[in-house]
Ligand binder design. Structure first.
Ligand code: UDX
Length: 456
């Protein structure tokens, strides 16, 4: 089948390549010439594991262009443009979705299907369906649930398919089944519903995930107050099959291009719909999440006193590992906050320095982890990249001026780090409140290992 994908960002680029992988002829269309040029060379314009390989393997079935007229020959048109937060409110800005559909209208024919994938305020699809219908084409909503860093697998082997169609629209269902033939054939759960429910599924899924993370981070605040350990708490909760361990990772909280703006937009939409109380709790979810960032800066001040002139190595800038995305990144926010409190911040990330620098040029960036660590008064694990989790506490201890680490993602082997003479502060972790002070042994890692074998 011939398919167009309008918008080639984190969602659209992977979707275009994924549809080619499923055997379709795909044209990807974007207004950004640099992005299109990279994709046309079969190069991922952002860091997404497996995307470059997918683009290369399916080169013969992929075309990328800035010319919307290239959508003319496609029968199914996916809308995958962004819906950022509005400049002046929490609501989603749907102007790019509106513009994409508007630009597509001259090329739509009876028998064509426009498929919305962007996350939109519920009600957007119904509005767009009217203009699409004026061309004789149809509109369906087919939300995606892909996670950055795993976007390729999530696109080709999704855990479910959701088709939102107008009542009785079997033609659109059949067209979507044709697009996803191999996925449907694997008995992937497939929910056919109305347009409103399909749009809501996405907002609800992200609201639930954000709530789960903020729930465990609220427990971290309680744990900090009583000297309990939130990681063990999460483990114990997670064994309950009704709760599950996933998304109970306490730490610096959620960021990225989806969860933060989507919960704000969802709440704003509930207000517009006259049911503001229904999603009032999402304001708390948001503030619990943002408080974790402040907590990291507070913990550092507890340990170091005023941060003015103190060198702080921030390890990680991306909002999560395996991504170069720094949109609403907790890690970048912490780096900026520490800088604003007077810290001499040196930040590093395996892939996200260019994107971070574009957003905040006033932080000192070092591409080499050792350079970032050198002479640091404190180290912050801000994004749980595998290479930061795997840091050797003894070798790392020889680079820094002071062995203090704030494990803001709760991923370090605390025993090993403490044995090497480090003060380890986590978020919501009992060890962060222990009265013993290993600073006394911080420059004697070998001896420390013998004297303090099991500190936590
Ligand atoms: C999310 C949804 O998971 C995906 O279904 C949707 O399509 C887009 O939004 P993504 O933004 O790629 O995907 O990242 P995700 O893996 O969901 O993580 C979001 C944030 O939550 C990250 O900052 C991550 O570090 C944080 N997180 C995740 C936690 O703090 N704790 C956890 O236990 C899990």
């Amino acid at each position: 089948m011939r398919i167009s994908v309008i918008g080639c960002g984190y969602l659209g680029a992977v979707h275009a390549a994924g549809m080619a992988e499923l055997g379709h002829d795909v044209v990807g269309i974007d207004v950004d010439p640099a992005k299109v040029a990279a994709l046309a060379r079969a190069e991922a314009p952002f860091h997404e594991p497996g995307l470059t390989e997918l683009l290369r393997a399916n080169r013969a079935r992929l075309l990328f262009t800035t010319d919307i007229a290239a959508a003319r020959d496609a029968r199914v048109h996916f809308i995958a443009v962004g819906t950022p937060q509005s400049a002046d409110s929490d609501a989603a800005d749907t102007r790019y979705v509106d513009a994409a559909v508007e630009a597509l209208l001259p090329y739509l024919r009876p028998g064509h299907l426009v498929v919305g994938k962007s996350t939109v305020p519920v009600g957007t699809a119904e509005r767009l369906a009217v203009s699409v219908a004026s061309t004789g084409a149809r509109l369906a909503w087919n939300p995606e649930f892909l996670r950055e860093g795993r976007a390729v697998a999530d696109t080709i082997t999704p855990d479910r398919l959701v088709y939102g169609v107008a009542e009785g629209d079997a033609v659109s269902v059949a067209a979507l089944d044709e697009v996803y033939e191999s996925i449907v054939a694997r008995q992937t759960p497939r929910i056919v519903t109305d347009l409103a429910t399909a749009q809501l599924v996405k907002s609800a899924a992200n609201a639930f995930l954000a709530t789960k993370i903020s729930f465990i981070n609220a427990m971290a605040e309680i744990a900090e107050a009583v000297g309990a350990d939130v990681v063990q708490l999460a483990d114990a909760l997670g064994h309950d099959a009704r709760i599950g361990r996933a998304f109970l990772g306490a730490g610096l909280g959620f960021g990225g291009g989806c969860l933060p703006k989507d919960i704000r937009a969802f709440r704003a939409r509930a207000g517009e719909l006259g049911v503001p109380d229904a999603l009032g709790f999402l304001a708390d979810v948001d503030s619990i999440n943002l408080r974790r960032r402040t907590r990291v800066a507070d913990v550092l001040e507890q340990e170091l006193g005023p941060l003015i002139g103190r060198r702080i190595a921030v390890l990680g800038l991306a909002f999560k590992p395996d991504s170069d995305d720094v949109r609403d990144s907790p890690a970048l926010a912490v780096a900026a906050m520490l800088r604003d409190r007077g810290g001499d911040v040196v930040a590093t990330d395996p892939v996200a320095i260019p994107t971070a620098r574009a957003r905040d040029p006033f932080i000192t960036y070092r591409s080499n982890t050792d350079d970032a660590l050198r002479d640091a008064d404190a180290v912050v694990i801000a994004t749980e990249w595998a290479q930061f989790r795997a840091l050797d506490p003894v070798a790392t201890g020889q680079m820094v001026a002071n062995r203090l680490v704030v494990d803001a993602r709760n991923v370090l082997d605390v025993d090993a780090w403490r044995s090497a003479g480090w003060i380890v502060r986590g978020l919501g972790r009992a060890h962060a409140l222990r009265v013993e002070d290993p600073r006394a042994v911080q420059h004697e890692p070998e001896g420390a290992a013998e004297r303090e074998p099991d500190h936590v």
